[in-house]
Ligand binder design. Structure first.
Ligand code: ZN
Length: 465
């Protein structure tokens, strides 16, 4: 008997974690962190109901925190198996988990300091830096498109998911007596035609598909329209000598922006730009993108062949120290500053906003999703006043929101990704999306392919394969 259990990202977009149990093995696919909601910490401590020391292995689709973020907790609780992923994912996971441990201990310290003397100041991190190092020692990189043994009776292979560096969809063959059951995990699926990375590939065959549904109900604005809009904002700001602040996720979005802005410079559309990447994590990640050139798509390879780099252009600088970053606060434009965090919940972007939001010439350009309750969301929603570091600020800068740089496929992309299964009506399990998005995608898949077995599992549901 084979069972597949859903222990995260079931009716929500974070906390991905699936448990597969057979007569001979127990494995997990992803073990990510729940993020955002107030109960996240409690959710994060709730793990699949098995002895973690008996889990044979983990297969990791990609390095985003909501997919890899609880691996050190598994290790802390006794997991000793291997964690299979692609080579770029292994390196990126190291950057992301080390940062996560550091952030957690800083957050807890701050929280406990505030509560000193209160009844129960017992906030503690999910794991520490030592747990992270032990986890990194278990990572076992595997190449794309080559099958490998995961555990007795289970083989798997990665295919390009086009989402971030190293991201993969997983095809898994699971022995069940004399029969092999094929299961595909989409992981997070990227956008076809996005820069640098190869387009997503659908792994086949599949008796069951676990499909993400983040944007299951809608399509994004086209990349071309979004690029044109960005170019317009940058041209205008440059002419008027303005500072442009772009809050961006350090992993993926920053590299895409470098590619697009570099494209404007290389083609002569923008001249004499000063662009600063002001995020140590984005700089580290960009270096990784530079190293793993073998996963680039054709346009990026052609650029390399011409002696160019998709991640470098005249006028681009990487800001290293905090001092250098502070100097930019007081330097007038024209200049573009790309800094994390993407939702302005921390990082150097917050300091830049503090210094520039009250200047009417400043442009703030949002290029990614802004969660409820974040500073980014308040600005996108048009707040006229915000508080930063206990200082009340009037928002005089102009705020732009660009919708087309998503790292996730829209509804049309997800439906197209399922096309290779059109004829065999597999069981489809929609995860990694909120319920309205899942419902819309279910309907669309049923209409398009006449699928008859599309499910929307809840937390801790287990299905037999
Ligand atoms: Zn992701």
């Amino acid at each position: 008997m084979i069972t597949l259990g859903f222990y995260g990202a079931a009716g929500e977009v974070t906390g991905s974690c699936y448990l597969i149990r057979t007569d001979t093995a127990r494995i997990l696919v992803d073990c990510g962190m729940h993020q955002g909601e107030r109960e996240a910490d409690e959710h994060n401590r709730r793990l699949p109901p098995i002895d973690l020391a008996e889990v044979d292995a983990v297969v990791l689709t990609h390095a985003h925190l909501d997919h890899c973020g609880r691996l050190p907790l598994l290790v802390n609780l006794g997991f000793k198996g291997r964690i299979f992923c692609t080579a770029p994912t292994a390196e990126l996971t190291a950057i992301i988990l080390r940062d996560s441990a550091k952030l957690q201990s800083a957050d807890c310290e701050r929280f406990n300091r505030r509560l000193r003397g209160a009844m129960d100041p017992c906030e503690r991190p999910l794991y520490d830096e030592q747990d992270v190092e032990r986890t990194l020692g278990l990572l076992a990189p595997r190449p794309y498109a080559q099958a490998f043994d995961v555990a007795p009776g289970i083989r798997a292979s990665f295919r390009d998911a086009g989402h971030i560096l190293g991201s993969g969809s997983v095809q898994m063959g699971i022995e069940n007596g004399r029969r092999t059951v094929n299961v595909v995990f989409s992981g997070d699926i990227g956008v076809s035609g996005s820069p640098i990375l190869r387009d997503p590939v659908t792994p086949v065959p599949a008796d069951a598909v676990v499909l993400e549904s983040t944007y299951g109900d809608r399509d994004h604005r086209t990349l071309e329209a979004t690029r044109t809009e960005l170019l317009g904002i940058l041209e205008d700001a440059h002419k008027s000598g303005a500072k442009v602040l772009i809050p961006a996720f350090a992993v993926g979005r920053t590299q895409d922006l470098i590619y697009h802005v570099g494209g404007f410079v290389r083609s002569g559309l923008l001249k004499g730009l000063n662009v600063y990447i002001d995020s140590p994590m984005a700089t580290e990640t960009t270096n990784l993108y530079r190293r793993f050139k073998d996963v680039y798509d054709e346009p990026a390879r052609a650029m390399l062949a011409d002696g160019d780099s998709p991640l470098q252009f005249p006028g681009l600088r990487y800001v290293r120290t905090g001092e250098e970053s502070k100097r930019l606060n007081d330097t007038r434009g024209p200049m573009i500053i790309i800094a994390a965090s993407g939702m302005c919940t921390g990082g150097r972007i917050v300091h830049h906003l503090l210094h520039s939001l009250e200047r009417p010439e400043t442009r703030v350009v949002f290029v990614g999703y802004q969660g409820y309750g974040t500073l980014g969301r308040r600005l996108v929603d048009g707040a006229r006043r915000v508080r930063i570091f206990r200082k009340e600020l009037e928002v005089r800068a102009s705020v732009h929101t660009l919708g087309g740089f998503s790292a996730h496929a829209g509804q049309t992309g997800l439906v197209r990704w399922m096309q290779p299964f059109a004829k065999n009506d597999p069981r489809v399990l929609l995860t990694h999306g909120e319920n309205p998005q899942r419902a819309a995608l279910k309907l669309k898949l049923e209409e398009t392919y006449r699928f008859t077995k599309v499910g929307t599992p809840g937390y801790a549901d287990e299905v037999e394969l």
